[in-house]
Write a protein that binds this ligand. Structure first.
Ligand SMILES: CC(C)(COP(=O)(O)OP(=O)(O)OC[C@H]1O[C@@H](n2cnc3c(N)ncnc32)[C@H](O)[C@@H]1OP(=O)(O)O)[C@@H](O)C(=O)NCCC(=O)NCCS
Length: 195
């Protein structure tokens, strides 16, 4: 087993803090993930009760304790406000790979938060978990997400047709990958520090 603290990190970037969610975050988390716009391309329907948020927080802690994933809230450093979440999941230790996912409340889109939080989480995955590969699966129609991944140095590696059906709507999946040996996104300021 790796040390458990590795799966419960606090990561600081220039504007943000990424750290494990607490039950007190449930109201704000529900407000963000009950928004149909935020969940438009998600693989699950929008949340509709506080229990969904509490279950997410509890399930992520259990998964982190089992060393299967790292799920972190994204907070604005200056105000402490919760703006979204990001995670590394489907962690395969032997193959040194994990999948990344992120979501922000609508009011926080387009401010470069995912460029900042995503890079910090990816670097944490490479440096602290020893990952060789981070992958992402998105709806190819999700332009904000594909642009965010390209900015984060991911390449599209595949397109899986009609992979999902959610609420009767069939959609494709685009698969993206970034290797530790890939060149760093050149504009990316590497300022993440673990505290
Ligand atoms: C996808 C998401 C996390 C992007 O986060 P973000 O903080 O807004 O992204 P950034 O501000 O770091 O922007 C990254 C790039 O994407 C571009 N972008 C952001 N929103 C966009 C949109 N709606 N359409 C096209 N490009 C967009 C930005 O302009 C930027 O590129 P640029 O620097 O060349 O201009 C956010 O839109 C979101 O939470 N969406 C809902 C949840 C979701 O779909 N998550 C992905 C599923 S894994």
């Amino acid at each position: 087993m790796m040390p458990n603290e590795l799966f419960f990190p606090t990561i600081q970037t220039s504007r943000l803090i990424l750290k494990p969610l607490v039950i007190g975050d449930a109201d704000k988390l529900l407000a963000i993930f009950s928004d149909a716009e935020v969940m438009k391309y998600w693989s699950t329907p929008p949340w509709d009760s506080i229990q969904d948020a509490i279950d997410f927080i509890n399930n992520s802690h259990q998964s982190m304790t089992r060393q299967n994933s790292i799920a972190l809230g994204i907070y604005i450093q200056s105000t402490g406000e919760l703006v979204g979440k990001c995670m590394l999941f489907s962690y395969f230790k032997t193959s040194k790979r994990a999948e990344i996912g992120f979501g922000l409340g609508r009011a926080y889109w387009g401010k470069g938060y995912i460029s900042e939080a995503g890079e910090a989480l990816i670097q944490y995955g490479f440096n602290s978990l020893g990952l060789r590969r981070v992958e992402a699966e998105i709806d190819p129609d999700n332009q904000a997400s594909s642009r965010a991944l390209e900015k984060l140095g991911f390449s599209q590696e595949g397109l899986l047709r009609q992979r999902w059906e959610i609420n009767g709507i069939v959609s494709d999946s685009a698969l993206y990958g970034r290797l530790v040996s890939d060149p760093l996104p050149h504009y990316q300021e590497i300022d993440a520090v673990k505290v």
